[in-house]
Write a protein that binds this ligand. Structure first.
Ligand code: ADE
Length: 438
């Protein structure tokens, strides 16, 4: 008789399937798009190359694409975020998955190369490592990343030449793509899924707001109430983290270089200062800036003993690991998720998740209900690229608002929320310009 508790006796792939099905239950918009795709098969014969965090929610997206008739090859968008049971489950479903948790950087770029060896027509990216690698290959740039890719694909340019469109999931990735576009170097149209309101207003603040604390709690188990939490960056992501930190009873200090955002933080009731001052106050530091060396030597020098350091930005560049190492005379692993740096003066600083995305490395990323929105948009963006093949310029595009509204409306329906219907009189009034003070 099988055990009623836990996963005993199940293979890794079977566990992955269970968890994917759990996520699917909580992703009703993706499920309804999957049904539509099964009926209409809009992606028949399309090869999609994905570079995404390999999570149960990503698996749901992959299954939607398969329902549409696509074939999918998948590599991770972070060396540490892969959920191995999900990778095994997707492999068992016939998806070409090149992912395991804890890849070396070389293995990471080789995985990108293996996805390219499937000769994708469309790239689906999170952070733009796949898209930028393709652009380096097509643009003749030769660097370390490209040579790692070349180690596994005999003719990388040949593998990339059939790509006619891409999508991008995250703010950092969109920034990299806009730089390519500004320099006239974009080879194919890319849809900035991140910039759709139904993505950025929910995934970025609400998804990250919850999953970052999920990660910090799983990694450390510390009490959050009463802690002084320094949030670096008050953009879409940082503002969500600050709001959740306040809700958890933390005393929140925001560090932000933009005057408008700093003012918003101040008027939302947060203490705002620079990192130089915040460094000596914080118990927990969370970076969400998309920038490099946001916390560095001069800040570590001022920190309290036992300060925790966590990053929520896409790359592990926000907290300077180099400076931490230089200042330390001992580095020890407390656990898989916590590294202790013993500084020369005896203070101890604790880096979570190696400075990589704490919400995806120490926890499971954003909850399925939020990824339902982001990944519905991704699926519809892939369909949009197929249906508009050859018609979109080599630019960074935003999805039409009708697609955005469709996803929001289906989500509301799934939540049993009714929308107010405007009367004909009200609709006419909104189009009227003559009526004013009466
Ligand atoms: N990015 C943030 N959370 C994620 C998740 N759960 N799955 C895939 N990508 C993510």
């Amino acid at each position: 008789m099988s055990s009623a508790s836990g996963y005993s006796g199940m293979s890794l792939a079977e566990r992955g399937i269970r968890r994917i099905e759990w996520a699917e239950r909580l992703m009703p918009v993706c499920t309804s798009i999957a049904k539509e795709f099964r009926r209409e098969r809009p992606l028949e014969g399309v090869r999609v190359g994905c570079c995404l965090h390999v999570t149960k929610e990503t698996a749901v997206l992959v299954r939607v694409l398969l329902e549409g008739g696509a074939s999918v090859a998948l590599c991770p968008s972070n060396p540490l975020s892969t959920q191995d049971d999900v990778a095994a489950a997707l492999s068992s479903l016939g998806v070409s998955v090149y992912a395991f948790r804890g890849m070396l950087v070389r293995e990471y770029y080789e995985a990108i190369g293996r996805v390219l060896s499937h000769k994708p027509h469309i790239t689906v990216d999170d952070g733009a490592d796949l898209t930028v690698t393709v652009h380096k290959i097509l643009g003749g740039v030769r660097d370390e990343a490209v040579s790692m890719v070349q180690g596994v694909v005999s003719d990388p340019a040949e593998s990339c030449k059939g790509i006619f469109g891409g999508t991008e999931e995250t703010t950092t990735g969109v920034m990299r793509l806009r730089s390519l576009e500004e320099q006239g170097l974009l080879f194919y149209p890319v849809i900035a899924v991140n910039d759709s309101p139904t993505k950025r207003l929910f995934d970025n603040p609400i998804g990250t707001g919850q999953s970052v604390f999920d990660g910090i709690m799983r990694a450390t188990g510390v009490l959050l109430a009463g802690k002084k939490v320094v949030v670096a960056g008050y953009g879409q992501v940082g503002s969500g983290i600050a709001a959740r930190a306040r809700g958890l009873g933390c005393d929140v200090i925001v560090v932000e270089p933009s005057p408008v955002r700093a003012l918003m933080a101040a008027m939302n009731g947060f203490r705002v200062t620079d990192m130089s001052e915040a460094a000596s106050i914080g118990d927990i530091f969370i970076t969400a800036t998309g920038n490099i060396n946001v916390i560095r030597k001069e800040h570590f020098e001022k920190m309290k003993n036992n300060a925790l350091l966590a990053n929520a930005g896409h790359y592990d560049v926000e907290i300077s690991k180099k400076d931490l190492a230089t200042l330390s005379n001992r580095v020890e692993n407390v656990s898989d998720l916590v590294t202790k740096y013993v500084l020369r003066d005896g203070r101890e600083l604790y880096l979570l998740a190696e400075g990589r995305l704490v919400n995806l490395v120490a926890a499971e990323g954003h909850p399925p209900e939020v990824m339902d929105l982001s990944f519905s948009l991704q699926a519809l963006a892939v369909r949009y690229l197929v249906e508009n093949r050859g018609k979109l310029g080599r630019r960074v595009h935003v999805l039409p608002s009708a697609i955005d509204e469709r996803v929001a409306l289906e989500k509301l329906n799934s939540m049993g929320i009714r929308l107010e219907q405007l009367t004909p009189e009200q609709l006419a009034y909104l189009r009227e310009w003559q009526l004013g003070t009466s």
